[in-house]
Design a protein around this ligand. Structure first.
Ligand SMILES: [Zn+2]
Ligand SMILES: [Zn+2]
Length: 147
């Protein structure tokens, strides 16, 4: 069981490349899980580095660029319609929203705690570090403490 979250009681902010989407998170963030699934490959170029927060803790300072794409019948992806930045992964049946960790303003205080769907990773992708790797989902081994 891997339980890990940022304990820093701060307000995190983030946004897209062009500024048409800016958000803030008033609540804890989960540490980062890298996803190597085939959908993340198309969206992010190789893998997606996901943090996560409670939906209710995320508010938009600037939302004029925000668009949603239903990538499957169980989740939608939030992105900026102006610059194309990928920002969110939001499952329809859970209280949390995945946040693409690279869109958070630095420093985040987060660390990488796992790698999922490594069985689908690109043939050129190399994974470094000691964080556990899972061929598919973590099957609950990585807990979302923030939710
Ligand atoms: Zn943008
Ligand atoms: Zn993925």
């Amino acid at each position: 069981m891997i339980r890990r979250m940022s304990g820093l009681p701060k307000v995190h902010t983030g946004g897209c490349l062009c500024g048409a989407v800016r958000y803030e998170v008033r609540g804890p963030l989960r540490d980062v899980v890298n996803c190597y699934c085939t959908m993340c490959q198309r969206l992010h170029g190789a893998c997606g580095a996901h943090s996560k927060a409670a939906k209710a803790d995320i508010t938009f300072i600037e939302g004029r660029g925000l668009k949603w794409y239903a990538s499957s019948d169980r989740a939608r992806r939030g992105f900026c319609g102006t610059c194309g930045s990928s920002l969110f992964w939001e499952p329809v049946d859970q209280p949390g929203t995945g946040i693409l960790a690279g869109t958070l303003d630095q420093p985040t205080g987060l660390r990488t705690i796992g790698h999922i769907f490594v069985g689908e990773k690109c043939d050129f992708t190399e994974i470094a570090g000691d964080a556990p790797q899972f061929a598919g989902s973590s099957e609950g081994a990585i807990q979302d403490d923030v939710l």
